[in-house]
Design a protein. Structure first.
Length: 112
């Protein structure tokens, strides 16, 4: 039996899923229509991300793994699992947000 690559497995899984339905405008006190949300499986978040490889030092990966495990233990299984990739995405978001708010980013607009 031939082993499948991860990309092939993800494509097979994604092929069985359908796009998430457009959000419905809800009014306070209104119940959703019968049958809505039943039998529909939205795409998992990881299938919406663009793949980009990142190389880390062993000590960085060990620290990320330990942090992800600690955060998952503290959450006691509530919500989605926090992985090393989740922490990397959070770090990138924080870096980009700090860059956008920094004087370096805004100094280009001043015409210096």
């Amino acid at each position: 039996m031939k082993r499948k690559r991860l990309a092939e497995l993800v494509r097979e899984e994604a092929g069985g899923l359908q796009e998430a339905p457009a959000p419905r405008e809800e009014r306070p006190g209104e119940a959703p229509p019968p049958g809505e949300g039943q039998g529909e499986r939205p795409l998992p978040p990881y299938l919406t991300y663009v793949r980009k490889e990142c190389r880390l030092r062993p000590d960085q990966l060990d620290a990320l793994t330990a942090l992800a495990r600690r955060l998952n233990r503290e959450r006691r299984g509530k919500g989605e699992r926090i992985t090393e990739n989740t922490l990397i995405r959070w770090a990138v978001d924080m870096l980009l947000e700090n860059y956008r708010n920094s004087d370096i980013f805004h100094s280009e607009d001043k015409g210096d």
